[in-house]
Design a protein around this ligand. Structure first.
Ligand SMILES: *Cc1c(COP(=O)(O)O)cnc(C)c1O
Length: 395
């Protein structure tokens, strides 16, 4: 069984590139260009230097002693929260803008829901002096003002989207529409391991730095270069595939992911795509989708804006379907409780997204000899109001 992409852009039955005819040239150009560029020495030396000096990598692999004591295993945290801009998204945005430049593109577009990918993209566009437009649903603009202001300060144009529910799905549709009208000069920086081939593979390669570092850092701390459990939260799945990438074929490692259950995966207020979605096509990819029996996309719900997506990266649909990864659905209240717990035990306030994977710990049966690596995808500063408003869950 292969867990990597095949030469047609599929992970098992999932993936592919279902794009309108006008975009076929764009995705095909990207498909032919990305591997030679990403694997070139020139790209790698620029990318690695920026990851080190600009992002602050390698970030630590921290042994969380009090958390370990509580759950009876050796638990290590991969600290993506310590990156510049506060999450893993910068790894990907930086790589894609270098790719855009090498392909001769002169303007950047992106979409954002919570604003985290928008901020990461606006950041690298300021750094590289590239004009940037970020599409964002009007509902999200209202909910995520601080990130909107950040993007504007960074010099990005934030384009309000007022179609549909005015959230992430509608912003993606609008960004794709814009791309169709400006295919020659525009590079679309995709924020997660989703979208038409080759995006899921581009994002996986750029985020694979996470597992590359885990492999380098683990021997000194745990005496071997693989953990028993690798754990990450999944929205579209970029931090998770980055965490798993170099261990996909290592069956000694159990892969564990958490998706956002919202009020419960079997309610209509959920973003748990793997638990309650069905096969469909969303944003150019064949994957699992939250949809009605006649194929209308259902508006997802989660307390965490970054996990609030009605689809899932095709690689994770495949990892779940093949049984390679175990996927938990974690509800809002469990995530908030886990965030308070990590904060009080370790002095680390995680992002609401990252809290979802921490909340899986009480559901597992760990042994004292188990080595567990959990990716903390981002920091919780942006979620302070959300934590305060839901404090009752932690009590
Ligand atoms: C966006 C985001 C996520 C979810 O995105 P993935 O592509 O699934 O990683 C998770 N954590 C944080 C902190 C985010 O900003």
């Amino acid at each position: 069984m292969s867990y990597n992409i095949d030469n047609k852009g599929y992970y098992g039955e999932f993936g592919g590139a279902f794009v309108p005819e006008v975009l076929y040239k764009c995705t095909d150009e990207l498909r032919r260009a990305y591997i030679p560029i990403i694997e070139s020495e020139e790209f790698q030396s620029e990318y690695r230097a920026l990851l080190r000096d600009y992002v602050g990598r390698p970030n630590p692999l921290y042994e969380a002693k009090r958390l370990s004591e509580k759950y009876g295993a050796r638990i290590f945290l991969k600290r993506e929260d310590l990156n510049h801009t506060g999450a893993h998204k910068i790894n990907n945005a930086l790589g894609q803008i270098l790719l855009a430049k090498k392909m001769g593109k002169t303007q950047i577009i992106a979409e954002t829901g919570a604003g985290q990918h928008g901020v990461a993209t606006a950041t690298v566009c300021a750094l590289m002096n590239m004009p940037c437009t970020v599409f964002m649903g009007e509902t999200d603009i209202q909910r995520q003002m601080p990130n909107v202001e950040r993007m504007k300060m960074l010099g990005t144009r934030v384009q309000s989207v007022t179609s549909g529910n005015m959230t992430l799905k509608d912003a993606v549709n609008e960004a794709i529409r814009y791309w169709c009208c400006h295919p020659a000069d525009t590079f679309y920086i995709m924020g997660s391991a989703v979208g038409p081939h080759p995006y899921p593979d581009i994002v996986a390669r750029l985020q694979s730095i996470i597992s590359e570092e885990i492999k380098e850092q683990l021997p000194e701390k745990a005496g071997r270069d693989y953990p028993d459990y690798l754990m990450a939260c999944v929205g579209g799945g970029s931090n998770a595939i980055g965490t798993f990438y170099h261990y996909l074929d290592d069956e000694r490692v159990t892969l564990v992911a958490a998706e956002a259950g919202g009020m419960g995966w079997d309610t209509d207020k959920t973003a748990a795509t793997i638990h309650s979605g069905s096969v469909g096509i969303l944003h150019g990819s064949k994957t699992l989708v939250l949809q009605t029996p006649d194929g209308q996309v259902i508006e997802p719900y989660s307390i965490s804006a970054g996990l609030d997506y009605p689809g899932i990266g095709p690689v994770h649909a495949h990892l779940a379907q093949s049984g390679r990864a175990t996927i938990y659905s974690v509800n809002d209240d469990e995530a908030v409780r886990a965030a308070y717990e990590l904060t009080r035990l370790e002095g680390i306030i995680p992002a609401m997204e990252s809290a979802h994977i921490l909340a899986v710990l009480p559901k597992m049966n760990l042994k004292p000899s188990d080595v567990v690596v959990i990716t903390v995808s981002g920091r919780g500063d942006k979620d302070m109001l959300n934590f305060l408003n839901n404090k009752q869950y932690a009590e």
